[in-house]
Design a protein around this ligand. Sequence first.
Ligand code: ZN
Length: 358
Amino acid sequence: MTPTPTPTTPDGARIEHDPYGDVDWERVTRCRSQFHLHEPRNELDPRSPDHDPPSTADADDGRSSPGALVDKYQRAGYGALAVTEHEYFVDGTKHKGEPFVEALDTTTWPWTEWDRECDPDGTVPVQGAELRGTLDGLDRLHDLVSLDNDLGHGRERSLRAVATDVGDRGGVAFLPHPGKYVDPDDVGAYVDLFEAVDPGTLFGVEAFNARDRYPSCRAIWDALLAELGADRPVWAVANDDYHARPRPAGAERFDRSRTVLLVEERSPSAVVDALSSGRSYVQYDGDGAAPRIDSVDVAGTTVRVDAPDAAAVRWIADGSAVATGAEIDVADVTGRYVRAEATAAGDAVTCTQPLYLE
Ligand SMILES: [Zn+2]
C-alpha cells in the first residue's frame, strides 16, 4: 500500500496521523464497549442500570452467570463486550500463586455456553482474558488484557513474549490500569515494550479504570505519546473492570468508564479493527454523564472537536493543557501530539485519541 501524503502547511506543525481521518461521522455507529470485565463474583440484576450488588450485600450470596453480565450491559446500551477473566480464576475458583497447569489456559468463551450469541441486533462478543507477564523493573507480574484470541494464561513469561503470543494467535492487547504499576516519570520499561511489539497487536493503555481508580493513567499515556510519537501510536481504552462485587458508595463501577468505537458494521472484526486503530474515544462518567463527540475534524492546521453537551473542551499537548475551546490551531503547538478532553458536570470527561503532529 502506498502511503497517502499528508498536506504540508507553509508554517508550523502539520497533522502526521489522524486516527479519525477516515471516519464518516454521519454514517458511523457510536458503539459503547467494554473490553475489561470479569465473571460476576456475586448476584447481579440484569435489568438494573445500577452497580450490583449493593454495598450492603453479603459477599457469599451466590453468583450470577456471565450471561447475566452480558444481558446487563446489553440493556445499558453496550454494543461490544469482552469478558476478560483473570488467568488464575477458573470455574469460580481463584488459583493465584499456584503453579501453572494446562487447565488454567482457558477463556470465558464461547458465549453460547450461557445461550448468548452474536446476533445482528445484539452485542458483539469478543473473546479475551486478563493475562500476566513480567516487566523489567517490576517485582510482581503485570496484567495484560488479551482480546480476540484463545490464550488463557501468560505462563509467567515476559509481557513482550505474552503479547507476541497474542499477536501470533491473531489477537490484540492493551495494558490495563498502568497507574497501578509505574509512575508517569518512569515509563522506560513501557517504551521498550511498545517498541518491541507490533503496533497492530499491542495497541494501547487503559486511560480510565472503573471509578478512575488510578488517575495517573492519563499522565502515563501522555508520557508514552510524547516519547513514542506517530511512529508508535498508543491508543486509549476505558473500562469498568466490573466484577459484580459490593463496592462502597462512590466506588461503584458499573457503566462508569467505557470506550466508544466508531464503526460502520457490527461484527467482531470491525470492532477489533476500530479498537486497535484508534477509531474511538474514551469516556469517564464520574458522577455525571460524559459528553458525546459528534466529530473531530481537521482543516489545514486547525483541529475542531464538536461536543455539543460539553461544558468545556481543553487541549492537551505533551502532558499539559495548552488551549481551551472547540478549536485549536496546531501550527503553534510544540510537541508530538494533541488530544482533546471534553468535560461536563460531575467530573465527567470524554477524551479523544491523539492526533499526531509532525
Ligand atoms: Zn481486571
